[in-house]
Design a protein around this ligand. Sequence first.
Ligand code: GYE
Length: 336
Amino acid sequence: MRKTFISTMAVAGASALVLAGCSSSDEGKVADDTTAGASGGDGTSEVITVGFAQTGAESGWRSANTESMQNAFSEDNGFDLVFNAADNDPAAQISAVRNFINQGVDAIVIAPVVEDGWDDVLQEAKDAGIPVVLEDRTVSASDDLYESWVGLDFHAEGVKAGEWAAEEFGDTPTNMVVLEGTTGSAPANERAAGFDEAIAGTAIETIDSQTGDFTRDGGKSVMEGYIANYGLDGIDLVYAHNDDMGLGAIEAIEAAGGTPGEDIKIVTIDAVKDGMQALVDGKINYIVECNPMLGELAAQIVKDVLAGTEVEKTYYVEDQTFTQEQAAEVIDERPY
Ligand code: GYE
């Protein structure tokens, strides 16, 4: 599959996402039956009402993503954003999307909690003529059921984290524990698979792997269990699917009298402020970035779709990686 990589910087201008110019389908045409807050008047400035179904508020990454979305889907940019955060409950998120359909919003944006279970509600949106754009996480449903997706290459993130571990530990027998993201979510699935591919053939052994739900508390309590079961000395490496769970693991290791980053090495994904600070402080050893600033891109895609401009099915935003030294150099300039 061809991958379109774009830089978030490149999108400030108008039609960075536009491919060719052909229009035609007006299935996503703006409906007029909403309570959009702006001047009704006789018509030139149509406000676009967008329902955004966010996963919840589980992590620093999520807060940065929500802020990016709220800034991009602002009144100044011509939007009326109806925001819902589902507290990571897949059923609650699906009913939020159903409510958006019933309200007759102009477009729906979803950051899907989990990959499965979307077929029916996406079909309902399609039948109602309401275009759906996905941001962040992917779904297993047919891509005929949504217009476009913008996000990150989670599999590549896992590979990069695993490559660091393979380089660091290689032939040295290594006991690794994993703090998985939300069960059934695209980043948990793909970060696990990518990492495992990268460490194949090394002496790194996964001695345990459980979900910490992408939260700091979850990471902390799962790590407490690992320490109780295997002892500080029985664990050499923690792979956390996000920074927040890694930060929770740091608390658990310190509470047990260990030194995170030294006695037990930690590799995480996200590169949000608190994670980067822990990397600079030597408590995390390596971070693979996952860029949460997807709002501008998502807003541009929604505008293009509603204007009948052709968009691509997938837009990948590129990520970087950070060692402790690299983190110290960039930490003050980073926007999240
Ligand atoms: O890595 C994690 C968040 O879906 C990429 O969700 C996102 C992940 C992110 O809770 O911190």
